[in-house]
Design a protein. Structure first.
Ligand code: GLY
Length: 560
C-alpha cells in the first residue's frame, strides 16, 4: 500500500495548487525587517522609514545586532549577504572570516596527529580574521543611499543607552558565564550577573563604532581598533597580526541559483555550503509530491532525509573556499547526477550513511549565528546571515573594544574525517591554510516565483541551517503554511554523519517515529535541541509582507 502511495506521488509531481493562506505573522504594506532582536528590527525598519533602502537597513540591522545580540550578532565575526534588487538583479557578498597568515594545516593536532579537544573552539587560536565591518562598508559603498552617519546614529545610541536583558538572554549569559570568565577574568563586562529586565550599556562598543564612523573601515583594519585588537589577542596567545587585518577584504561573489518547480532560488555559493546543499536537496526531492505525502509525514520525512544524507556526504568531500580549491559546482548540481544519487532510494527501508559515500564527480574537483531578512518599499530584498560561530563565539571579549571574537577556525576540517562542533566531517577541500576561508553552512536565500520576489529566508544553527531553510521554503510552497506557521512548524534534520535523524523535542508523533525506526532509520533519542531559528519574509499576493519571526528566540518582525 505504501509503495503505491510512493509511485503515485512520483507520477503526480506537479506542484500542489497554491491555496490562498491567511497570514498569521506581522503583516505590513511596504517594508519589513525580521531579526533576532526587536531593537535591531526596529532600527532597520526606521532607517527605511527615513528613506533608506534595504541595503542601508542591512548595515543598520547588522550593527544593531552586534549591540543588542552579542550572543551571535557581531563585529568580531563575519557573514554572507544575498540580495535581489527590485529590478531582479541578484548578487552576494562574502564577508566570511579568514584564517590568519600564521595558521597552519595541523595547528589543532597534537604530535601524534590527533585533534586536541577545544583548541579550535576555546583558545585564541580559534579566532578567524573578522569580516563584518568590511562587509557593511562594501554593501554601503555599492548599494547604500543614506550617509553612514545617519545609519550608525541609532546603533551608537543603542549601545550608549543600553539594551534590556530578556529572559532568554539571561539564560544564555548564565549558561556561558563560567566559560566567559575563564578566558577574560571576572571583571569583564559580560561576566556580570545580569537578570531579566536589567539594562546592559555598551560604552566601549559605542566608542569603537564612533571611531569607525569617523575613520571608516580602515579604523577596524588598520587604525587604533586594529592595534588594540591585535595587542589583546597576542596577550591571549592568538596569532592574528596587523597584516592579517590590513589584508582583509570582503568579496562580491556570484550567487548560486537554481530552479525548483516554478520557483527560482538564489542562495550563497562557496565558501558557504548552503546554496549547493540546498540546491542538491531540493533537486533530489523535486520529483516527489511532498504535498500529497503530507507535512512532516513519515514519507515526506524519508524523502527529505535521504536527500539530505546524500547532499551532506558530498559537502564533506567536495566543498571549501573556492579561492583555494576547485569545486565541481556544475556537476554537483546537475539533474542527471542528482537523479542518479536518489536511484537507490527505497520507501520501505532506510539507507544507512555507511552505505552512502560522496558521489562520483569528475573534476575538470550550540550552534550559533544569526540571520535577518529585509524587504524595502521599492521591493529590494536582503537575506544576511552573520556569525561568531558558537554562542558568544570564542568567549574572548575585548573589553577595551566592547565585542566578542569568533571561533570560526573550528569550521575548517582540522583533520580529515574528524567532526567539528556541529558533528560535521570534512576533508582536504576544507583543510586549514593561511588566508583561506573556512567552509560555512550559512544559507541566506531569496526565492522568486513567476519572476517576482516571493520569500526571503535564513537561519542560524550550524549544520542545521541548510535543513531549516529548506523546511521554511517547503512549508510555504508545498504544504501551504503561512510564513509564521512555516517558521513555527517543528523541524527535523539529518546530515549524513552522524547517521541520525534529529527531531525537535515533543513535536513529532510517536507513531511516525516508530514507523521510521521500523524501516531502519536511526533516531537521535537524546534530548534534542531546537533546530534553526528562522527569520523570514513572505510577499503576499497583494504585495504586502508577512514576517515569520521565530518564537524559539526573542526574534521579532518590524515594519510599516
Ligand atoms: N559558523 C557556522 C557556519 O558558518 O556554518
Amino acid at each position: 500500500m505504501k509503495k503505491k502511495v510512493f509511485v503515485f506521488s512520483i507520477i503526480c509531481s506537479c506542484s500542489f495548487a497554491q491555496q490562498k493562506i491567511a497570514p498569521t505573522g506581522l503583516v505590513t504594506s511596504k517594508a519589513m525587517v525580521v531579526s533576532a532582536r526587536a531593537e535591531a528590527s526596529k532600527i532597520g525598519s526606521e532607517i527605511m522609514k527615513k528613506g533608506g533602502n534595504a541595503f542601508d537597513a542591512m548595515v543598520a540591522t547588522e550593527l544593531a545586532l552586534a549591540v543588542a545580540y552579542p550572543f551571535a550578532g557581531n563585529i568580531g565575526g563575519g557573514g554572507f549577504m544575498v540580495y535581489r534588487k527590485s529590478n531582479g538583479e541578484v548578487g552576494s557578498l562574502d564577508y566570511r572570516e579568514k584564517a590568519p597568515l600564521a595558521a597552519t594545516k595541523k595547528m589543532f593536532l597534537d604530535k601524534d596527529g590527533n585533534v586536541v579537544t577545544g583548541k579550535s573552539t576555546e583558545t585564541a587560536l580559534a579566532i578567524g580574521v573578522p569580516g563584518t565591518i568590511a562587509g557593511v562598508f562594501a554593501v554601503h559603498e555599492k548599494l547604500g543611499s543614506l550617509p553612514m552617519s545617519e545609519i550608525l546614529k541609532p546603533v551608537i545610541a543603542l549601545a550608549e543607552t543600553g539594551v534590556i536583558v530578556t529572559q532568554k538572554q539571561q539564560k544564555q549569559l548564565e549558561i556561558y558565564h563560567d566559560a566567559i570568565v575563564k578566558v577574560n577574568g571576572p571583571k569583564t563586562l559580560m561576566a556580570g550577573k545580569f537578570k531579566e529586565n536589567d539594562i546592559i550599556k555598551y560604552p566601549a562598543l559605542a566608542s569603537t563604532l564612533k571611531r569607525i564612523l569617523t575613520n571608516g573601515k580602515d579604523e577596524f583594519y588598520k587604525g587604533e581598533t586594529a592595534k588594540i585588537l591585535v595587542n589583546y589577542l597576542q596577550k591571549k596567545g592568538g596569532i592574528m597580526s596587523l597584516e592579517d587585518l590590513a589584508n582583509y577584504e570582503a568579496k562580491w561573489r556570484k550567487p548560486l541559483q537554481f530552479d525548483y518547480k516554478d520557483l527560482k532560488i538564489t542562495s550563497m555559493a562557496p565558501p558557504s555550503s548552503g546554496g549547493i546543499c540546498l540546491a542538491q536537496i531540493m533537486k533530489m526531492i523535486e520529483p516527489f509530491n511532498l504535498a500529497d505525502m503530507g507535512h512532516n509525514s513519515e514519507q515526506s520525512i524519508q524523502v527529505i532525509v535521504e536527500a539530505e544524507r546524500r547532499a551532506y556526504a558530498d559537502r564533506s568531500q567536495f566543498l571549501g573556499d573556492p579561492d583555494f580549491v576547485k569545486i565541481p559546482i556544475k556537476a554537483l548540481t546537475s539533474d542527471s547526477y542528482l537523479s542518479s544519487r536518489m536511484s537507490n532510494f527505497n520507501i520501505d527501508k532506510a539507507c544507512l550513511s555507511s552505505e552512502i559515500r560522496e558521489g562520483k564527480i569528475t573534476y575538470n574537483e550550540s550552534m550559533e549565528t544569526t540571520h535577518y531578512s529585509i524587504v524595502d518599499s521599492q521591493g529590494n530584498a536582503v537575506a544576511a546571515t552573520t556569525t561568531i560561530n558558537d554562542g558568544f563565539g570564542s568567549k574572548y571579549y575585548c573589553d577595551e573594544l566592547g565585542f566578542f571574537l569568533n571561533n570560526e577556525m573550528d569550521d575548517f576540517s582540522a583533520k580529515p574525517g574528524s567532526p567539528n562542533m556541529f558533528g560535521l566531517v570534512g576533508n582536504e577541500a576544507n583543510s586549514i591554510a593561511p588566508g583561506k576561508r573556512m567552509l560555512s553552512s550559512m544559507t541566506p536565500t531569496i526565492v522568486e516565483k513567476n519572476g517576482k520576489l516571493f520569500m526571503v529566508v535564513g537561519s542560524p544553527g550550524g549544520s542545521t541551517i541548510i535543513t531549516s531553510v529548506l523546511q521554511a521554503i517547503l512549508n510555504v510552497y508545498e504544504y501551504n503554511l503561512s510564513m509564521q506557521e512555516a517558521v513555527n512548524a517543528p523541524r527535523f534534520h539529518h546530515q549524513w554523519l552522524p547517521d541520525l535523524i534529529t527531531f525537535e523535542p515533543d513535536a513529532f508523533d510517536n507513531i511516525t517515529i516508530g514507523n521510521l525506526k521500523a524501516k531502519g532509520y536511526l533516531i537521535n533519542e537524546r534530548t534534542t535541541p531546537v533546530i534553526g531559528k528562522l527569520d523570514c519574509i513572505l510577499v503576499l499576493p497583494d504585495n504586502s509582507l508577512e514576517g515569520g519571526a521565530d518564537f524559539r528566540g526573542d526574534d521579532k518582525a518590524a515594519g510599516f
